[in-house]
Write a protein that binds this ligand. Structure first.
Ligand code: ADP
Ligand code: NI
Length: 214
């Protein structure tokens, strides 16, 4: 119990000032959603909760594309907390595998626990909250909201996806609308359906307002 509490405290401190949609409340929602999915899908609760809490400890998106920084920081934190070696290995594997890496790149998870945490993270990327996070991220990175002259790109490598800095609306096509068909668990899939439809409706409304008077 203290390990979970200490992890929560550590992450709250690190992410308290984030304004890019990767704040403490994102972690809070992902943890709760992962534990909700676990109730029907099973899996080790401790690994799920620790991985959900630590999955964005240091994201490559904010560290010059460095993919190892998150796994490395999670490993040193858990070692310092004297966490069991097997648990550290399982949690760090999830953190390494969890991220979306491009429209044409597969991101399979090696464990049931990983599938559940990835579903929870992806459910927070879609629907009303997903839309809000995406515009928060775009604003935080100084990106254009929409530019009809710049088309979305279907990235075929993580390297290409990382370099992308197009308008925020493009992110819906490059990632968000693709997530529904990449959810791992039946429980997650059911929740994703409604959130996906909400984004489709939102985009329709966005374009109809954009076109008005043009
Ligand atoms: P992942 O590890 O799969 O990237 P995160 O928990 O780090 O998931 O959150 C990713 C979220 O950050 C996206 O769902 C979106 O809201 C925002 N985001 C990431 N890249 C972009 C982008 N290029 N444009 C707008 N939002 C983005
Ligand atoms: Ni996340």
């Amino acid at each position: 119990m203290t390990l979970i509490k200490n992890t929560e405290k550590h992450i709250k401190e690190i992410l308290s000032k984030d304004a890019s949609g990767h704040d403490w409340w994102h972690i809070f929602r992902v943890r709760n959603m992962a534990l909700l999915i676990q109730k029907t899908e099973g899996g080790d609760k401790k690994i799920i909760e620790l991985a959900a809490l630590l999955h964005d400890i240091a994201d490559w998106k904010f560290h010059d594309g460095d993919e190892n920084i998150g796994p490395d920081k999670a490993t040193s934190f858990l070692k310092q907390e004297e966490c069991d070696k097997q648990i550290i290995a399982s949690v760090v594997e999830i953190i390494k595998e969890i991220s979306f890496k491009g429209a044409k790149v597969c991101t399979p998870m090696s464990s049931l626990e990983g599938q559940i945490v990835q579903d929870a993270d992806r459910l927070d990327a879609i629907g009303a909250i997903g839309i809000a996070r995406t515009f928060a991220f775009g604003g935080n990175k100084g990106r254009e909201m929409y530019n009809p002259n710049i088309k979305a790109e279907m990235h075929d490598s993580f390297a290409a996806y990382k370099k992308n800095n197009g308008p925020t609306i493009n992110h819906f096509y490059e990632k968000l609308l693709l997530l529904k068909d990449r959810i791992n668990t039946p429980t997650g899939r059911k929740i994703a359906e409604k959130r996906h439809q909400y984004m489709e409706d939102y985009l329709q409304e966005f374009y109809s307002e954009w076109e008005m008077g043009l």
